[in-house]
Design a protein around this ligand. Structure first.
Ligand code: COA
Length: 204
Protein backbone atom coordinates (compact mmCIF):
# COMPACT_ATOMS: atom_id res chain seq x y z
CA UNK A 1 0.00 0.00 0.00
CA UNK A 2 1.47 3.39 -0.95
CA UNK A 3 1.65 6.28 1.51
CA UNK A 4 -1.35 8.15 0.09
CA UNK A 5 -3.55 5.05 0.30
CA UNK A 6 -2.27 4.34 3.80
CA UNK A 7 -3.32 7.86 4.84
CA UNK A 8 -6.78 7.39 3.34
CA UNK A 9 -7.16 4.07 5.12
CA UNK A 10 -6.27 5.77 8.40
CA UNK A 11 -8.97 8.37 7.78
CA UNK A 12 -11.68 5.81 7.21
CA UNK A 13 -10.69 3.64 10.17
CA UNK A 14 -12.05 6.20 12.61
CA UNK A 15 -15.24 5.08 14.30
CA UNK A 16 -18.70 6.51 13.94
CA UNK A 17 -20.31 8.07 16.99
CA UNK A 18 -23.98 8.38 17.86
CA UNK A 19 -24.40 11.87 16.43
CA UNK A 20 -21.86 11.96 13.64
CA UNK A 21 -21.39 9.98 10.48
CA UNK A 22 -17.65 9.84 10.90
CA UNK A 23 -14.87 11.45 12.89
CA UNK A 24 -11.79 12.16 10.84
CA UNK A 25 -8.39 12.95 12.23
CA UNK A 26 -5.47 13.26 9.94
CA UNK A 27 -2.18 13.36 11.74
CA UNK A 28 -0.07 13.05 8.60
CA UNK A 29 -0.44 15.01 5.41
CA UNK A 30 -2.62 17.98 4.65
CA UNK A 31 -5.04 18.12 7.61
CA UNK A 32 -2.18 18.75 10.12
CA UNK A 33 -3.77 17.42 13.31
CA UNK A 34 -7.09 19.00 12.40
CA UNK A 35 -10.06 16.99 13.51
CA UNK A 36 -13.09 16.90 11.28
CA UNK A 37 -16.57 15.53 11.86
CA UNK A 38 -19.04 14.59 9.12
CA UNK A 39 -22.70 14.83 10.02
CA UNK A 40 -26.10 15.44 8.48
CA UNK A 41 -26.61 19.16 8.08
CA UNK A 42 -29.10 20.88 10.39
CA UNK A 43 -31.30 23.93 9.78
CA UNK A 44 -28.91 26.06 11.88
CA UNK A 45 -26.07 25.21 9.44
CA UNK A 46 -27.85 27.06 6.59
CA UNK A 47 -26.03 30.34 7.24
CA UNK A 48 -22.54 28.76 7.09
CA UNK A 49 -23.55 26.69 4.07
CA UNK A 50 -24.62 29.89 2.34
CA UNK A 51 -21.32 31.61 3.25
CA UNK A 52 -19.26 28.67 1.98
CA UNK A 53 -21.31 28.33 -1.19
CA UNK A 54 -20.95 32.00 -2.16
CA UNK A 55 -17.29 32.35 -1.14
CA UNK A 56 -16.34 29.13 -2.99
CA UNK A 57 -18.08 30.41 -6.14
CA UNK A 58 -16.25 33.75 -5.84
CA UNK A 59 -12.82 32.38 -4.94
CA UNK A 60 -12.58 28.86 -6.38
CA UNK A 61 -14.82 29.02 -9.48
CA UNK A 62 -13.51 32.42 -10.63
CA UNK A 63 -10.49 30.68 -12.22
CA UNK A 64 -12.78 29.40 -15.01
CA UNK A 65 -15.63 31.91 -15.32
CA UNK A 66 -15.94 35.63 -15.97
CA UNK A 67 -16.55 38.32 -13.36
CA UNK A 68 -20.17 38.87 -14.43
CA UNK A 69 -21.01 35.14 -14.37
CA UNK A 70 -19.43 34.74 -10.91
CA UNK A 71 -21.24 37.74 -9.51
CA UNK A 72 -24.65 36.59 -10.82
CA UNK A 73 -24.04 32.97 -9.78
CA UNK A 74 -23.04 33.91 -6.21
CA UNK A 75 -25.77 36.56 -6.02
CA UNK A 76 -28.42 34.01 -6.96
CA UNK A 77 -27.85 31.94 -3.80
CA UNK A 78 -30.23 32.41 -0.87
CA UNK A 79 -29.78 31.07 2.64
CA UNK A 80 -33.37 29.84 2.87
CA UNK A 81 -33.06 27.63 -0.22
CA UNK A 82 -31.02 25.05 1.74
CA UNK A 83 -33.71 24.55 4.38
CA UNK A 84 -35.80 21.91 2.53
CA UNK A 85 -32.63 19.97 1.63
CA UNK A 86 -31.52 20.08 5.27
CA UNK A 87 -34.97 18.97 6.40
CA UNK A 88 -34.92 16.02 4.00
CA UNK A 89 -31.47 14.95 5.28
CA UNK A 90 -29.83 15.30 1.87
CA UNK A 91 -26.97 17.52 2.99
CA UNK A 92 -23.84 16.35 4.77
CA UNK A 93 -21.56 18.89 6.40
CA UNK A 94 -17.92 18.64 7.44
CA UNK A 95 -17.22 20.47 10.69
CA UNK A 96 -13.90 21.50 12.14
CA UNK A 97 -13.95 22.66 15.75
CA UNK A 98 -17.74 22.75 15.48
CA UNK A 99 -17.72 25.06 12.43
CA UNK A 100 -18.96 23.94 9.03
CA UNK A 101 -16.05 23.97 6.54
CA UNK A 102 -17.63 22.11 3.64
CA UNK A 103 -20.88 20.52 2.51
CA UNK A 104 -22.30 18.15 -0.04
CA UNK A 105 -25.89 18.05 -1.27
CA UNK A 106 -26.91 14.73 -2.79
CA UNK A 107 -30.14 13.39 -4.27
CA UNK A 108 -31.09 9.76 -4.65
CA UNK A 109 -33.13 9.30 -7.83
CA UNK A 110 -35.08 6.12 -7.27
CA UNK A 111 -35.85 3.63 -10.03
CA UNK A 112 -37.99 4.93 -12.86
CA UNK A 113 -36.84 8.55 -12.53
CA UNK A 114 -34.32 9.19 -15.28
CA UNK A 115 -32.07 12.21 -15.55
CA UNK A 116 -30.74 13.35 -18.89
CA UNK A 117 -27.22 12.25 -17.98
CA UNK A 118 -27.73 8.49 -18.24
CA UNK A 119 -30.50 5.95 -18.54
CA UNK A 120 -29.68 3.70 -15.58
CA UNK A 121 -32.56 3.10 -13.17
CA UNK A 122 -31.32 4.26 -9.78
CA UNK A 123 -28.86 7.15 -9.46
CA UNK A 124 -27.13 9.26 -6.87
CA UNK A 125 -26.69 12.84 -8.02
CA UNK A 126 -24.21 15.23 -6.47
CA UNK A 127 -26.12 18.53 -6.55
CA UNK A 128 -23.36 20.55 -4.96
CA UNK A 129 -20.05 19.96 -3.20
CA UNK A 130 -18.41 23.07 -1.83
CA UNK A 131 -15.45 23.57 0.46
CA UNK A 132 -14.59 26.72 2.42
CA UNK A 133 -11.82 28.22 0.23
CA UNK A 134 -9.54 28.38 3.28
CA UNK A 135 -9.76 24.57 3.54
CA UNK A 136 -9.59 23.67 -0.16
CA UNK A 137 -7.04 21.07 -1.28
CA UNK A 138 -6.84 19.55 2.22
CA UNK A 139 -8.66 16.35 1.31
CA UNK A 140 -12.11 17.47 2.50
CA UNK A 141 -13.76 17.29 -0.92
CA UNK A 142 -12.67 13.68 -1.29
CA UNK A 143 -13.93 12.81 2.21
CA UNK A 144 -17.37 14.34 1.58
CA UNK A 145 -17.62 12.73 -1.85
CA UNK A 146 -16.67 9.30 -0.46
CA UNK A 147 -19.37 9.60 2.22
CA UNK A 148 -22.00 10.10 -0.51
CA UNK A 149 -20.51 7.26 -2.52
CA UNK A 150 -20.82 5.01 0.53
CA UNK A 151 -24.50 5.97 0.91
CA UNK A 152 -24.99 5.20 -2.80
CA UNK A 153 -23.45 1.75 -2.41
CA UNK A 154 -25.64 1.08 0.64
CA UNK A 155 -28.70 1.99 -1.47
CA UNK A 156 -27.49 -0.35 -4.23
CA UNK A 157 -27.12 2.57 -6.63
CA UNK A 158 -25.05 1.74 -9.70
CA UNK A 159 -24.42 5.20 -11.15
CA UNK A 160 -23.43 8.54 -9.68
CA UNK A 161 -23.90 11.77 -11.65
CA UNK A 162 -22.76 15.36 -11.32
CA UNK A 163 -23.01 18.52 -13.35
CA UNK A 164 -19.51 19.79 -12.59
CA UNK A 165 -18.28 23.34 -12.86
CA UNK A 166 -15.23 23.65 -15.14
CA UNK A 167 -12.92 24.35 -12.19
CA UNK A 168 -14.01 21.16 -10.41
CA UNK A 169 -13.45 18.90 -13.45
CA UNK A 170 -9.99 17.64 -12.33
CA UNK A 171 -11.39 16.89 -8.87
CA UNK A 172 -14.27 14.76 -10.23
CA UNK A 173 -11.90 13.02 -12.65
CA UNK A 174 -9.78 12.08 -9.61
CA UNK A 175 -12.96 10.75 -7.95
CA UNK A 176 -13.46 8.42 -10.94
CA UNK A 177 -16.06 10.37 -12.96
CA UNK A 178 -16.03 10.47 -16.76
CA UNK A 179 -17.20 13.39 -18.87
CA UNK A 180 -20.28 12.68 -21.00
CA UNK A 181 -21.43 16.10 -22.15
CA UNK A 182 -21.05 19.87 -21.76
CA UNK A 183 -24.09 22.00 -21.13
CA UNK A 184 -24.92 25.51 -19.98
CA UNK A 185 -26.24 25.84 -16.44
CA UNK A 186 -28.78 28.67 -16.54
CA UNK A 187 -28.19 31.33 -13.89
CA UNK A 188 -30.89 33.67 -15.13
CA UNK A 189 -32.58 34.32 -18.46
CA UNK A 190 -29.56 36.27 -19.74
CA UNK A 191 -26.66 34.36 -18.24
CA UNK A 192 -25.49 30.75 -18.06
CA UNK A 193 -22.26 29.01 -17.05
CA UNK A 194 -20.80 26.04 -18.92
CA UNK A 195 -20.86 22.82 -16.88
CA UNK A 196 -19.71 19.27 -17.53
CA UNK A 197 -22.13 16.35 -17.18
CA UNK A 198 -20.17 13.48 -15.62
CA UNK A 199 -20.96 9.94 -14.52
CA UNK A 200 -19.30 7.34 -12.33
CA UNK A 201 -20.31 3.69 -12.43
CA UNK A 202 -20.27 1.91 -9.09
CA UNK A 203 -19.28 -1.75 -8.78
CA UNK A 204 -22.12 -4.22 -9.47
C1 COA B 1 -13.90 21.05 -6.17
C2 COA B 1 -13.75 21.01 -4.65
C3 COA B 1 -15.04 20.47 -4.04
C4 COA B 1 -12.59 20.07 -4.31
O1 COA B 1 -12.48 19.95 -2.89
P1 COA B 1 -11.07 19.88 -2.18
O2 COA B 1 -11.25 19.65 -0.74
O3 COA B 1 -10.30 21.10 -2.56
O4 COA B 1 -10.42 18.61 -2.91
P2 COA B 1 -9.44 17.52 -2.25
O5 COA B 1 -8.38 18.22 -1.48
O6 COA B 1 -10.25 16.50 -1.52
O7 COA B 1 -8.81 16.89 -3.54
C5 COA B 1 -9.02 15.52 -3.94
C6 COA B 1 -8.16 15.28 -5.15
O8 COA B 1 -8.56 16.13 -6.23
C7 COA B 1 -7.49 16.96 -6.64
N1 COA B 1 -8.01 18.29 -6.92
C8 COA B 1 -8.90 18.99 -6.16
N2 COA B 1 -9.14 20.19 -6.74
C9 COA B 1 -8.37 20.23 -7.85
C10 COA B 1 -8.16 21.20 -8.85
N3 COA B 1 -8.81 22.38 -8.83
N4 COA B 1 -7.27 20.93 -9.85
C11 COA B 1 -6.62 19.75 -9.90
N5 COA B 1 -6.78 18.76 -8.96
C12 COA B 1 -7.64 19.02 -7.96
C13 COA B 1 -6.53 17.02 -5.46
O9 COA B 1 -5.21 17.27 -5.87
C14 COA B 1 -6.69 15.63 -4.88
O10 COA B 1 -5.93 14.69 -5.61
P3 COA B 1 -4.83 13.77 -4.85
O11 COA B 1 -5.57 13.10 -3.71
O12 COA B 1 -4.38 12.84 -5.90
O13 COA B 1 -3.80 14.71 -4.35
C15 COA B 1 -13.41 22.41 -4.06
O14 COA B 1 -12.27 22.92 -4.69
C16 COA B 1 -14.53 23.42 -4.21
O15 COA B 1 -15.33 23.61 -3.30
N6 COA B 1 -14.57 24.11 -5.37
C17 COA B 1 -15.53 25.15 -5.62
C18 COA B 1 -16.92 24.62 -5.73
C19 COA B 1 -17.14 23.72 -6.91
O16 COA B 1 -16.74 24.00 -8.01
N7 COA B 1 -17.84 22.62 -6.62
C20 COA B 1 -18.23 21.69 -7.62
C21 COA B 1 -19.59 21.97 -8.13
S1 COA B 1 -20.62 20.53 -7.85
Amino acid sequence: MDLENAKRKTIFNFPKTKNSLLILTRTQGKMDNASCVLEKGKIEDAERIYQIHTSAIKQLCSSHYGEKEISLWAGKQKQEKYVPFLESGDMIVAKKNGIVVGFVHHIHHAKGINTEQCSDDSKMEIKGLFIDPGFARHGLGRILFQEVEKIAVEKDVKVMTVSASLNSLPFYQKMGFKEVDRKPHQINCQCSVECVSMVKSLPK
